[in-house]
Design a protein around this ligand. Structure first.
Ligand SMILES: [Zn+2]
Ligand SMILES: [Zn+2]
Length: 187
């Protein structure tokens, strides 16, 4: 288990909160976004501000963290590759269990349980999960983005009536010359 760095702005020190169940502490801070906060095509740019508003509550087993976070998103439309700017707002809640008296190996194997480490808790996994869950799998610049022209790569949303003088592939040209039942006249 890696040791948490108390200087990391996403690591919270719960010593001020104390361990008396019912004690609460409000934490509001703006932190620089860690890397990979999002998905490949849409994410919070690394270093950009993430506003975090938390309530820490001491309970019998540990510290219950309830919070919300908001941040700006940058990415690109999966259909037309146009840059997308958006915002994300998430809420989350997680119980961080006190780590004293626990079998360290046992708790390390248990991914389901978030643990306090020496009274420190790491918000980063919680924040990342909440943001990734809130993002669309396929971000689009608009719901009906028509994508790119298969012929020339132009962005169809910019030019909805986009068309080409259909260049006829010589292999198909012969077919168009075949007589049809409706007539053979061409214009
Ligand atoms: Zn698009
Ligand atoms: Zn085109």
């Amino acid at each position: 288990m890696s040791t948490l760095d108390a200087r990391n702005p996403l690591v919270l020190d719960t010593r001020d909160l104390g361990r008396r169940p019912g004690h609460e502490q409000q934490v509001t801070r703006t932190v620089p976004a860690p890397p990979d906060l999002g998905i490949e095509v849409l994410a919070v740019p690394e270093g950009s501000p993430v506003e975090i508003d938390l309530r820490l509550e001491a309970v019998m087993e540990g510290v219950l963290v309830t919070g919300e976070a908001s941040a700006a998103l940058e990415g690109e439309c999966v259909r037309c590759l146009e840059p997308i700017e958006d915002e994300v707002e998430v809420t989350f809640q997680e119980l961080f269990v006190y780590d004293d008296g626990r079998d360290a190996e046992l708790s390390e194997d248990d991914d389901e349980v978030s643990m306090l480490q020496d009274d420190l808790l790491d918000l980063e996994p919680l924040l990342r999960d909440a943001i990734v869950l809130a993002l669309p799998f396929q971000p689009l610049c608009s719901d009906d983005c028509p994508g790119l022209c298969a012929e020339c790569g132009a962005r169809l949303a910019d030019d909805p009536n986009h068309s080409h003088e259909a260049p006829i592939d010589p292999r198909w040209a012969a077919l168009t010359e075949l007589p049809t039942s409706t007539g053979t006249e061409s214009d």
